[in-house]
Design a protein around this ligand. Structure first.
Ligand code: GUN
Length: 291
């Protein structure tokens, strides 16, 4: 069993970008600039956005963090995005999800200029991704593909089972895995809360991507010997022994499952850092594509 070290691959990806930014500086060209919008003060979202802004600093990107009150109106948020769309110095815009209930995710995503949509959530970019055209690939599935590539894991012809059908992870993941090189060339089954015989389907998987958000959902008896396990889940569960008061749990019962598989991502330190690295690659692309 080999651990897929997201910290290590993320660092390597960011180091590559850092060299490219240094090159832009040498050539007197524009430096990538990411605008991150955080609405309210959800603890997990604060952590993720903080990590994204920090990564920009490490690489040499510019970043602007825009914090907005939880009760901001939808119209006000849309006008903040309009301003960012018009700002020539901003290359990429990300609005951290989830948003408060009174704001429509759909309206917000549709307002971001597709050329600045570094999350790859705009329908125009999703459409391009589905057709295999050049676009921004949503950061979590993109990061997972980068990790598989880094470890030279052969995916061609394998049966991949994706658990979860969210627009952020499960659905784009299933599409990328099914696509031809440089993507997965897999046979893909996408499963969700209404799937029958999930355990049986998982047992037939060469690759499992667990992205449903239920801690330790994937148990040892759902996994075939030698399977590749990608754990996207990261749920905060109360833990009095931790200084923070919580522990982070993946969607896979790591202790029970890991001895059975060929490769597995840990939580934390697996998919999470790769999501950040992929977002950085998208931000670089947003800047370069304008040149
Ligand atoms: N919330 C959870 N994952 C993501 C992501 O990749 N991008 C944004 N904007 N919000 C998220």
């Amino acid at each position: 069993m080999q651990i897929l070290d997201g910290q290590l691959v993320s660092r390597a990806t960011k180091d590559e970008l850092k060299l490219k930014v240094a090159q832009l500086v040498t050539e007197g060209k524009k430096i990538p600039h990411l605008a991150a919008v955080l609405v309210g003060s959800n603890g997990a979202s604060e952590t993720y956005v903080g990590a994204k802004v920090k990564a920009c600093g490490e690489i040499g990107f510019k970043s602007t963090l825009i914090r907005l009150e939880e009760d901001i109106s939808e119209n006000k948020l849309l006008s903040v995005i309009d301003d960012l769309n018009l700002d020539q110095d901003i290359d990429g815009i990300l609005v951290q999800l989830p948003l408060p209930k009174h704001i429509s995710d759909e309206k917000v995503i549709n307002t971001i200029l597709p050329s600045k949509d570094v999350d790859g959530f705009h329908p125009a970019n999703v459409g391009k991704m589905v057709q295999g055209l050049d676009t921004f690939i949503p950061a979590t599935p993109y990061g997972i593909m980068l990790m598989l590539e880094h470890y030279k894991i052969e995916t061609k012809g394998k049966h991949a089972v994706v658990i979860g059908r969210s627009n952020i992870v499960g659905r784009p993941m299933s599409i990328l895995l099914s696509q031809s090189a440089p993507y997965g060339n897999c046979t893909v089954t996408i499963t969700h809360s209404h799937t029958k015989n999930l355990a049986e389907i998982c047992r037939s998987a060469d690759i499992i991507v667990a992205a449903l958000g239920i801690p330790e959902f994937v148990k040892e008896d759902m996994v075939k010997e030698g399977a590749i396990i990608i754990d996207v889940g990261i749920t905060r569960v109360p833990d009095a022994s931790k200084k923070s008061g919580f522990a982070l749990k993946g969607d896979v019962d790591f202790k029970a499952v890991s001895p059975k598989c060929s490769f597995i991502t840990p939580v934390p330190g697996g998919v999470g850092p790769m999501t950040i690295a992929a977002l950085m690659k998208n931000t670089f692309k947003a800047c370069i594509d304008k040149l």
